[in-house]
Each structure stands twice: as structure tokens, then as C-alpha cells.
Design a protein around this ligand. Sequence first.
Ligand SMILES: [Mg+2]
Length: 266
Amino acid sequence: MTARYGLIIDLDGTMYHGGKIVAHADEFVSDLRDRKIPYLFLTNNSSRTPKEVAKQLAGMGIPAEAAQVYTSAQAAASYIHKKRPWAKVYVLGEPGLHAALKEAGLQQVTDEQPDYVVQGIDFSFDYAKLERAAGYIRSGAEFILTNPDLLLPTDRGFIPGAGSLGAAIQAASGKQPVVIGKPSAIIMEDVIDRIGLPADQVWVVGDNAATDMRAGQAAGCRTALMLTGITTRDNLQETLESAGVKPDLICDDIPALAEALRSFYS
Ligand SMILES: [Mg+2]
């Protein structure tokens, strides 16, 4: 039997919190695999390669191949490659972003005017990089931001995310970036393509109303908001209103999601 639906699943706050698995995520994904329901993991985080992410998931007992992981770094590389396969890029980012751009055949430069400035989370961001990035953008390079997240959740609390660094570049260059990650349609088109089903047969599962739910809703997918991460019963109404979304499902935990999908398709 062909699958009647597929899933695009967020990682942080949905499958794990940092190094800790969300309860029953392993059983849920193993069941999808056994029933041959197509699924992909979609993350705005550009710092790691799909292989590294898949290895972390597998280490937690969540079945994942590198080909089932799609990151904002890959989406940024694919976006540029489609427009100008020979482009020169100046990169501010971690190894995952450098690897994705290299894999797409794009030429990384530091001391000459690039066609694009591509910026993700960059833990060695400094004044020299800011000066260079802003200068290249003012001289005509297109500014690509992997993901708009202003804050990143970590074991030590929230830390500045790619969007916060992007705000500095935007201020210094006077130019708005093209945003690639959720809720951008750019990353959603790629990932729905990879699932290979019409958008209305694809569920976007995630804990963030402003990114996951907004992305899914705008792309015409079905949406399941998980209360396993950033959204809680306490901030739910306020979060939905400020994101302007109405998820199809709101689930307290992974077993509730499994049950809701079962009854949806029974
Ligand atoms: Mg999340």
C-alpha cells in the first residue's frame, strides 16, 4: 500500500532537547519506518552536517539516515546553486554550512568580492567578519541568512542565534537578507519535494509556532504543534496569536501525536 501521508519533523524541542531525547520519540519514528511512512527531519540549524545529525539521532535510538535530514545549510546551498551554479560565496558559519556549500560546488572566497554573503550561526563571529560581510553586501553581493532564529536554546539557557548575527549585518549593510530556513517557503518547497507527496498529505510536526507551524500552514501542509519544547500549555494562546497560526493538531507529547494521527487516518 502506498503511504497516504508523510511527515516533516523538527528536531530541537520535538525529537530531543540538546542531548536528551523527548520521551517516546524513538518508538514513534521506528513505527513510521516499519509502516513505510515517509519522514524527513528538518532543522533550521546550519551548524552540523546531515550525517552528524543522523548519527546523533541514531545514537538515541531514532532511525535516521543522512538523506532523511535536511538543514537550512543545504537549503541555502540549493537556493544559490539553482540561481548561479558558478557563484562565489563569502561564508560566515560553522562546518555544516561550509560543507553544504562545498557539496553544491560553490566557490568559497574570503579576499575578493563574492556574489553572495551566506551567514548562519557562527561561533567565531567578530568585527572583522562583520566589516567584510557588510562591505561585500554594500558592493552588490546578495545577503543570504540561513535561518531567522534570534535565540538558540542550550543547556546554559538561550544564546544568540543566526538571526541575531544577521541583524548586525543587516544594520551595517542597510540590506535585508533572503531568509532560507523555516518559516521561509524556500526551505519548505525543497523538503516537500523530497517527501514526494502533495503538500496536503504532508504533516509538519514541530514545537515552534512562529517557524514550524507558520512554515507548514503557508506551504499548504497539515500541522501538528508539539508542546514538548518552546510552546507550553501556559503560553499556547499567546504563541498562536502572535504567530497567526491555527495548527490542525496540538499534542502534549509524542504518544498523543501518534494517537491523533491514527484516528485521523482511521
Ligand atoms: Mg524546535
